[in-house]
Design a protein around this ligand. Structure first.
Ligand SMILES: *Cc1c(COP(=O)(O)O)cnc(C)c1O
Length: 366
């Protein structure tokens, strides 16, 4: 069996250092918002070349707290509209709704799985205050074009970078430093994953960083003094310690993912399987390698029969989810087609060459 993702394998190279770090953590008796979180925040800010990083409980809260932070700065108000990809993972949309804002779904573009920019501009209204692009599957959203639109219409540009840790544009700028603020998730399966939940916000905006630091901790920076009605969403010390140990290997892991993607792209030759577009740059860190097939159930039966792991990201479009009844009547043909046809192949930095070859062989024989 070739697993879709061997998480135990991914973390194996860190086991000895994790154990050592865990013993120190036990010895310290300090569990929440201490030096480990501070150290990781500094390391991750430096990695993204952003001025500030704030560790939070998970990726959903990272996105939500960015919006809540802008509300305290009166840059956004309850009821304002935020443009978001119709084909994103539902967390992006939930974050906007939890902050009391209105997600306006924007149709996708088939080749990049990202915003259709023409449609995006047509959705900008007097109530629009922000664009929230997602670097879906690990590929940077068209940030340059989005920045032009954001400047033209005076909108905030907030990255959902939960799938794109380390991705870099042609100028060497990384996800997390391509807009006004960015939300990251350290869910175990992400390119930089903790051993549990975790997340972070990066930004160059000092006022926003200061607000989010309070908002993640009951709206307080001084014990028992509460400036805002914040939430409880703190990155755990132990998760920060694990992440600190893994961060120096992130680029190496992303290069391994890119090498596998290149091998897939050069060798999978099958009319029935549509491959993702990739320009061989660092702008895609292949959180997922997503192909498209017309008859997906036949294809998944075939993969199962051949012991090839796979997942579907995602089987149901957000506007068809029961949780979002107000969007049910909308139609997004490209988004719907993507949800019908996508399938994610095995991808991880610890896949062996033999495993990659076997996936290719099985796909070519389909
Ligand atoms: C994982 C993910 C999130 C949410 O992260 P959690 O840590 O699971 O809350 C948000 N957006 C995208 C695109 C994601 O992939």
């Amino acid at each position: 069996m070739i697993p879709f993702l061997d998480l135990h394998g991914v973390n194996q190279e860190f086991e000895a250092s994790f154990k050592k770090e865990f013993q120190q953590f036990l010895d310290s008796g300090y569990y929440v918002l201490g030096n480990q979180v501070k150290t990781f925040e500094n390391d991750f800010a430096k990695f993204c070349n952003a001025n500030y990083c704030i560790g939070v409980g998970n990726g959903l809260d990272a996105l939500r707290l960015i919006l809540e932070g802008y509300k305290t700065l009166h840059k956004i108000n309850v009821g304002d509209e935020v443009l978001v990809a119709a084909n994103t993972f539902i967390a992006t949309i939930i974050a906007i709704k939890q902050a009391g804002l209105v997600p306006v779904l924007v149709e996708a573009e088939e080749d990049t799985f990202n915003f259709d920019l023409k449609v995006l501009e047509s959705k900008i209204s007097a109530k629009t205050k922000a664009i929230m692009p997602v670097h879906l599957y690990g590929q940077l959203a068209p940030m340059k074009a989005l920045k032009v639109l954001a400047t033209k219409y005076n909108l905030l540009l907030i990255e959902d970078a939960a799938q794109a840790h380390g991705a870099m544009n042609e100028e060497g700028k990384r996800a997390g430093n391509l807009g006004d603020a960015a939300g990251f998730s350290f869910y175990p399966s992400k390119n930089l994953g903790a051993l549990g939940d975790g997340g972070a916000v990066t930004t160059n905006n000092e006022a926003l960083a200061t607000a989010i630091k309070k908002l993640r901790n009951y709206g307080s920076s001084k014990k028992y003094e509460h400036e805002f009605l914040g939430i409880n969403s703190r990155l755990d010390e132990i998760q920060a310690a694990f992440l600190k140990l893994k961060l120096p290997s992130l680029d190496k892991h992303n290069r391994a993912r890119q090498a596998i993607a290149k091998t897939y792209l050069a060798n999978i030759k099958n009319q029935k399987i549509k491959l993702p577009k990739y320009n061989d740059s660092k702008n895609h860190v292949f959180h997922l390698f997503v192909v498209q097939v017309e008859d997906r159930s036949t294809f998944t039966d075939y993969l199962e029969a051949n012991n090839i792991g796979y997942l579907i990201h995602y089987p149901i479009a957000p506007h068809h989810q029961s949780a979002l009844p107000e969007y049910q009547s909308l139609s997004f043909p490209v988004t719907e087609k993507i949800h019908k046809q996508v399938i994610s192949l095995p991808m991880s930095p610890v896949m062996t060459e033999q495993q990659v070859r076997r996936v290719i062989k099985v796909l070519n024989e389909y």
